[in-house]
Structures are given as structure tokens and as C-alpha cells.
Design a protein around this ligand. Structure first.
Ligand SMILES: *[C@@H]1O[C@H](CO)[C@@H](O)[C@H](O)[C@H]1NC(C)=O
Ligand SMILES: *[C@@H]1O[C@H](CO)[C@@H](O)[C@H](O)[C@H]1NC(C)=O
Ligand SMILES: *[C@@H]1O[C@H](CO)[C@@H](O)[C@H](O)[C@H]1NC(C)=O
Ligand SMILES: *[C@@H]1O[C@H](CO)[C@@H](O)[C@H](O)[C@H]1NC(C)=O
Length: 260
């Protein structure tokens, strides 16, 4: 209803000023936070809400937050993010391996378990093994095989002849059953070769490939110190492997003689 009264301004719903009709808002409508296009209305300016436009309006999309000033999104306990849309997981929940859908919980991603999702699942069927990453099966000492279900006792049950004070270590069958940890100065599969004796005689058993090369390109007597040294290095390297084809050469008189 539009009315024009000049005499009773207090009750006017419409003011007539400078030839423009201005609606008078609802009487308690906040003078600056609210406005009206029609008499008796109370419409809110951006950032304000409520019947009388006295309450702040939270940021649009604010999910678990409140405001104390316009367009604010102050998160309730347990929520975070610009729109307070991200739950805060339980304390200690692993950043990458855990997640949560509501506050204070800790769900684990695939491959992880535990209160804080810090434990990995070992490979299914892994018997005497552990893991640092999901699906690993790292055998505990004395166990071998894909599932760490093979007891390694080759050294104990076989007449293994690790010589010259060497220590026998049982290995899975695919790794050669056992390995001798040689005392200083000895090499070979069974630590049967005294390095000093080999050196004194001046024998440095070369790698088979090296020997082949020399026999076609040079005579053994022209082999330089460098090559010998290099051969020596490689020889030592090779003996650290459980099944060294080089070591077997040492036992063969023929190959040794050839290099003299
Ligand atoms: C999980 O994390 C909390 C907080 O850091 C810690 O007190 C608790 O011992 C952890 N629990 C496990 C099982 O790691
Ligand atoms: C183990 O082998 C060595 C040398 O091959 C032999 O002298 C010894 O009698 C063997 N011992 C047993 C218990 O077989
Ligand atoms: C050791 O190596 C030789 C030749 O490379 C091979 O024939 C033999 O099977 C190997 N032995 C083991 C136990 O791996
Ligand atoms: C070399 O062979 C002979 C027999 O042909 C043997 O008596 C000797 O022990 C062998 N030496 C080595 C180092 O194997």
C-alpha cells in the first residue's frame, strides 16, 4: 500500500521527496544493514541476514562454520578449510596413509592399518617376514623364500666346508644354499684361497672375459700393471657373491697355468 501523508511522518510508509517515492522499511529493520524496495520490507545488504538484518551472514558455502562479522567462516571444532569442509582427523593419524570423513577418526588407506595407520600389511601369506611398505615380505633372520616360510638351516644340516675360520650363513636354495663369510685374507666360495699366496706367486686369476680378450689381442707377458690391478679389484668383488664362477677357476690348474 502506498500512501502519502505530509503531516504524520512517523507513521508514513512512503516518503515523498524530490518527486521520488521512497518506501519506508519495517520499523525495526537495521538502518544500514537493511533496506527496502517496498514499504514495510526489510531486505538485507550483502553480508547480513535475519528478519531485521542484524545478524552476520557466513561466507556462502561455509559448511561447518559460523561468523562474527559479514562473510566470515569460522570453523567449529573438528573442521578446517576455507569453507570448514575438511574434518580434522584424530591426533596422530598419518598425514598420507590415513584420512577421515568426520572429525576425530582415522581411516587407513589400502595397505596400512593401526590406530594411526602407521603399520603396513605384509604380503598375504608372508609367514616369518615384516614390511616397511605395503605388501613386502622381508624375512626375519633364519628364514627365506618368497613368503619367508623356508627355514634356513643348510649350514647346520649339511657338511659345508667354510674354511680358514669362515662363518657359514644359510641361504635359500635359489641363492646357492649357503655362503661363507671369509676371515680377512681369504677368498673363494669356501674361503679356501689364501690371498697372500696368490699374490706372492704373482697369480691374479683374471675374469674369463678378460682372459679371452688377452689371448686374442696381446700376449700374457705384456699385460700391464693396471690391468692386473683392475683384475684384482674385480676378483675381490666377485668373491663377495655366493656363487662366483671366478672362484671355481682358481681350483683348476689349467686356467692358472695358462696365465703364468
Ligand atoms: C597414535 O598417535 C598418538 C598421538 O601422536 C599417540 O599418542 C599414539 O601412541 C599413537 N598410537 C599408535 C598405535 O601409534
Ligand atoms: C665333511 O667333509 C670333510 C671333507 O669333505 C670330511 O673330511 C668329513 O669327514 C665330513 N664330515 C662329515 C660329518 O660328513
Ligand atoms: C653356480 O654357477 C654355475 C655356473 O654359472 C651354475 O651351473 C650352478 O648351477 C650355480 N650353482 C648354484 C648353487 O647356483
Ligand atoms: C693341481 O693338480 C694336481 C693334479 O693334477 C693336484 O695334485 C694339485 O693339488 C692341484 N692343485 C691345485 C691348486 O688345485
Amino acid at each position: 500500500m502506498w500512501m502519502v501523508h505530509y503531516n504524520y511522518l512517523n507513521n508514513l510508509h512512503v516518503l515523498f521527496m524530490r518527486n521520488v517515492l521512497i518506501a519506508v522499511c519495517h520499523e525495526d529493520c537495521h538502518p544500514s544493514k537493511g533496506y527496502c524496495d517496498w514499504p514495510g520490507e526489510c531486505r538485507c545488504r550483502l553480508g547480513w541476514t535475519g528478519d531485521l538484518c542484524k545478524e552476520c551472514q557466513p561466507l556462502p558455502g561455509c559448511m561447518h562454520g559460523t561468523c562474527s562479522k559479514p562473510l566470515e567462516c569460522k570453523c567449529e571444532k573438528g573442521w578446517q578449510g576455507i569453507l570448514c569442509q575438511i574434518p580434522v582427523c584424530s591426533e596422530g593419524c598419518h598425514r598420507d596413509r590415513g584420512y577421515c570423513r568426520k572429525p576425530n577418526e582415522c581411516r587407513c588407506k589400502v595397505g596400512w592399518w593401526g590406530k594411526n595407520c602407521t603399520q603396513c600389511f605384509a604380503y598375504p601369506g608372508c609367514v616369518h617376514g615384516t614390511c616397511n611398505r605395503p605388501w613386502e615380505c622381508n624375512c626375519k633372520p633364519g628364514w627365506g623364500g618368497m613368503l619367508c616360510d623356508q627355514e634356513l638351516k643348510y649350514c647346520e644340516t649339511n657338511n659345508v666346508t667354510c674354511q680358514n675360520g669362515a662363518t657359514c650363513v644359510s641361504l635359500p636354495e635359489e641363492d646357492g644354499n649357503y655362503r661363507c663369510l671369509c676371515a680377512d685374507g681369504y677368498i673363494g666360495r669356501n674361503c679356501e684361497v689364501d690371498k697372500k699366496k696368490v699374490e706372492i706367486v704373482g697369480l691374479v686369476p683374471p675374469k674369463p672375459s678378460l682372459m679371452l680378450l688377452k689371448s686374442t689381442t696381446t700376449t700374457p707377458s705384456t699385460v700391464s700393471e693396471d690391468v692386473l690391478l683392475e683384475g684384482d679389484d674385480e676378483y675381490e668383488e666377485e668373491t663377495t657373491k655366493p656363487n662366483s664362477s671366478i672362484v671355481s677357476l682358481v681350483n683348476e690348474n689349467e686356467s692358472l697355468n695358462e696365465t703364468i
